[in-house]
Design a protein around this ligand. Structure first.
Ligand code: AHR
Length: 493
């Protein structure tokens, strides 16, 4: 008999590759993301390699992090990269004006960032200062990092201990230049973008600052003004945070919430589907061949900070609800793999929807971490278009789809990720597969007893990946009983 949800998969239509970079992360000089979270310095008692935490490196490699964006965020448009090179004792201190006015000693700079990326096997994505920086400064940064020519910048790099250039492809030209990055108009920014892009040389993937959420005019103007200069622009960003209350003054708590907040968060996060679809439509107008990537380089839940923590540090816990939000958004990016070429959840450690939390030498892997780990099977796999017919999970007159899904195939293995948004009811999902025959199926699940369960320091994990038993496929069909409030991976071979 049919379940309430039917998922139809066409494996014969799997010709779009899901860029592994959709599974990317973001690390800003903000709170304890870099200092304490990634970098503790060589003299720390916390086990480290050249100052980078061993535990964090291990966890990120295990999760398979493909790309890391740095140094911001709002911080990027205040950052002068030459402050962060050379002997540490000579580096000037600055004030981090966006995030708590704390002193930044610049001990983590370009070399440290790129060293860290090599340690975690991730590509680097560097965000250039447009708001308060100069074209020359940007041009020299690119040259310092990527050039093998003989030049003052490459000589300086060698003097600072790095002989060979780094292979850094991704360069962001400004961040939120409609806001903290300079309060610019889209017309002004587009012209400025072209200047910066013209003087940053090399075979680079340059990413323009795109809109905040539903600012369709920004997207339209920037695309329109750069459309005739394809060589100047390879990607354009989109930022969208999930603020369940839609009220910056009180964003709700990361834990200790009930079904209302669960529902509102999922309802709000599903806006990502609308945003990606509409922005893609605008991009299609100027770029029908889809050469320019939509780069969702900031996304995730933004809640109130934890009590007693610095409000400028954006430190929040992470619960099963965050797992569902991660699962849904990653499904959305997969399903739009023809246009979405990278996404970077904000932020990697100790800030906003983090995959890792640290306290002194302790480390917690969050429910979001486990979703990234579970979903890494989609990295560089081929998208299998998924058609879903599902019921509604309703709350106080509003509703969201009960089940949310995406699917891909790689090396003959079909991977289906399913989210059951309903916190009260399991759901029978009938998967119908066309194109290929699969003989066996295995499963994994992330769920918990309570919808606000989370992992905490010094306690057993409440939320992690568990084995999930599934019935075997027959005649191109497979029936999955999806538990309430769960994220599930089913793999067929
Ligand atoms: O991720 C925190 C901040 O959110 C970033 O610095 C900024 O780009 C965005 O507004």
């Amino acid at each position: 008999s049919w379940g309430q949800t039917k998922l139809t998969l066409h494996t014969e239509q799997s010709d779009t590759k899901i860029s592994k970079d959709i599974y990317g992360h973001f690390a800003e000089h903000l709170g304890h993301c870099i200092y304490g979270g990634i970098y503790v310095g060589e003299n720390s008692e916390i086990p480290n390699v050249r100052g980078f935490r061993d535990d964090v490196i291990g966890a990120l490699k295990e999760m398979k992090i493909p790309v890391l964006r740095w140094p911001g965020g709002c911080f990027a448009d205040t950052y002068h990269w030459k402050d962060g090179i050379g002997p540490r004792e000579n580096r000037p201190s600055i004030v981090n004006v966006n995030w708590g006015n704390v002193t930044e000693d610049n001990s983590f700079g370009t070399h440290e960032f790129l060293d860290f990326c090599e340690l975690i096997d991730a590509d680097a994505y560097i965000n250039i200062n447009v708001g308060s920086g100069t074209v020359q400064e940007a041009s020299e940064w690119v040259e310092y990092v990527t050039s093998s020519n003989l030049s003052p910048m490459t000589e300086l790099r060698k003097k600072n201990g790095r002989e060979e250039p780094w292979n850094v492809k991704y360069w962001g030209i400004g961040n939120e230049n409609w806001g903290c990055g300079g309060n610019m108009s889209p017309e002004y920014y587009a012209d400025l973008y072209k200047r910066f892009a013209t003087f940053t040389h090399g075979n680079l993937y340059k990413i323009a600052c795109g809109p905040s959420e539903g600012d369709y005019n920004w997207m339209d103007v920037v695309m329109q003004k750069t459309a005739s200069n394809w060589g100047l622009m390879q990607g354009i960003s989109l930022h969208k945070y999930t603020i369940q209350t839609r009220n910056w003054g009180n964003k709700g708590n990361a834990t200790g919430f009930g079904e209302k907040e669960w529902f509102e968060t999922l309802h709000e996060t599903l806006d990502m589907e609308t945003l990606v679809t509409r922005h893609s439509t605008i991009m299609d107008k100027y770029d029908p061949g889809k050469r320019v990537g939509l780069i969702v380089d900031e996304w995730g839940n933004w809640f109130n900070v934890e009590e007693g923590t610095n409000p400028g540090f954006l430190y929040q816990q992470n619960s099963l609800r965050d797992a569902l939000v991660a699962g849904v958004n990653l499904n959305i990016f997969n399903n739009h793999a023809d246009r979405v070429k990278m996404a970077n959840i904000a932020q990697m450690v100790n800030v906003l929807q983090a995959v890792i939390l640290t306290k002194g030498e302790e480390m917690v892997l969050t429910p979001t971490y486990y979703v990234f780990k579970m979903y890494n099977v989609h990295q560089d796999a081929n998208l299998v278009p998924a058609h879903i017919e599902t019921g509604k999970y309703s709350y106080e007159g509003k509703s969201v789809p009960k089940v949310h899904a995406s699917s891909s195939v790689k090396d003959g293995v079909l991977s289906v990720t399913l989210c059951n948004l309903d916190p009260n009811n399991s759901e029978q999902v009938e998967i119908v597969i066309y194109g290929n025959e699969y003989a066996s199926a295995t499963g994994q699940i992330i769920t918990a007893e309570q919808l606000n369960d989370y992992n905490d320091f010094g306690k057993n994990e409440n939320v992690s990946i568990k084995e999930f038993s599934v019935v075997q496929p027959k005649g191109g069909r497979l029936s999955v009983n999806l538990p309430s409030k769960s994220v599930v991976l089913v793999q067929l071979q």
